[in-house]
Design a binder for this molecule. Structure first.
Ligand SMILES: Nc1ncnc2c1ncn2[C@@H]1O[C@H](COP(=O)(O)OP(=O)(O)OP(=O)(O)O)[C@@H](O)[C@H]1O
Ligand SMILES: [Mg+2]
Length: 315
């Protein structure tokens, strides 16, 4: 049992393709598209040079002569065809990688993370530090980490059907020893007045959902669920995350959660935490790194994003 230490196996089990195959019936419909090594290298390369298909998409008069000779503009025909297929199916998609979405980069475009073009998806992926984290250091915080023994896992782009999600109805649910040990409101930047009024019903819906749709189906006994409760009696799974520091503990802290795992469980669950007053809001971790690290550290001129769009040339 992985109680006090997060192991590489815990992280592996929480990769999207691994949990989606189990919980497909209780989560948002999604497509998983394999990423080949060329796409991975492009995602990790410095600068932002979007694939050629994006220039065609953004400018119908675009011609090959517009590309400067010394610029290597990538083309990923198979990936682009799969993305187009998902967009046709879902109309709008929410992109993420094996573990992380690109929420930290949503400032880069007006549509945020709601995408219906190749350019929107590629720009988000290229601007996100969370994508780089997934590709380079997903297992680094694990106690058994060693670069030589990282588990085999294909990198993939996940395109989820876009759903209009109301953040006041999102919750993070900490599971220890196969029991819910804590629930926190998901967006800790905000005060939502209805949470106090609805708290008993929220707890009861989440516990029912966990007991009837999640428990005994997953191979870990300590993990973290992100849940959406759009209406009374209705709960949808948004994400499964490792039980440990790689996951934000929100209104709990990890030492406390780990000690709850060891403690005898209370007969009636009561530990639902939410911001109880307007002035109790917390800073958002993502807002601390809303700029790509290259820009933040002064290695990259922010105007690169603008020039890439406006003249169709690379940055
Ligand atoms: N299909 C979707 N359509 C619209 N918005 C979505 C969708 N899926 C997720 N979101 C929104 O994006 C947020 C982040 O999604 P998700 O939890 O998948 O990202 P993440 O990178 O795993 O986050 P974390 O690092 O906190 O675990 C969710 O809280 C939800 O508000
Ligand atoms: Mg997550």
């Amino acid at each position: 049992m992985s109680v006090s230490h997060m192991l590489m196996n815990d992280v592996l089990k929480c990769a999207f393709s691994n949990w989606y195959s189990i919980f497909q019936d209780v989560t948002i419909e999604s497509d998983i598209i394999k990423l080949n090594p060329e796409v991975k290298s492009w995602l990790l390369a410095d600068g932002i040079i979007l694939p050629k298909a994006c220039f065609h998409e953004m400018d119908s008069n675009f011609s090959e002569d517009d590309i400067e000779e010394d610029v290597d503009v990538p083309e990923f025909p198979e990936l682009e065809a799969s993305i187009r297929q998902s967009i046709r199916k879902y109309r709008f998609v929410f992109p993420k990688l094996n573990w992380s979405a690109c929420e930290d980069a949503k400032w880069i475009q007006a549509c945020g993370t709601k995408c219906n073009t190749l350019s929107e998806i590629f720009l988000l992926l290229k601007s996100s530090d969370k994508v780089v984290h997934d590709l380079t250091e997903a297992y680094k915080q694990c106690t058994d980490y060693s670069a030589e023994s990282v588990p085999e896992l294909e990198y993939s782009l996940v395109l989820r059907k876009w759903e209009n999600i109301n953040p006041s109805m999102e919750f993070r649910c900490f599971v220890g020893r196969n029991e819910v040990i804590g629930i926190s409101q998901r967006d800790v930047r905000s005060y939502f007045s209805h949470l106090h009024r609805d708290k008993d019903q929220i707890i009861s819906d989440i516990l029912d959902f966990f007991r009837s749709r999640i428990r005994e189906r997953f191979s870990l006994d300590c993990f973290v669920l992100d849940l959406y409760r759009p209406a009374s009696g209705s709960v949808v799974l948004i994400d499964v995350n490792p039980f440990g520091e790689t996951t934000d503990s929100l209104l709990f802290d990890w030492d406390e959660l780990r000690s709850k795992v060891h403690a005898p469980l209370p007969p009636v669950f009561r530990d639902f935490r939410f911001i109880e007053e307007q002035f109790g809001v917390q800073p958002n971790r993502l807002e601390m790194n809303s700029l790509p690290l290259d820009v933040f550290n002064g290695n990259l001129d922010p105007s690169i994003f603008q020039s890439n769009f406006s003249n169709g040339n690379s940055g």
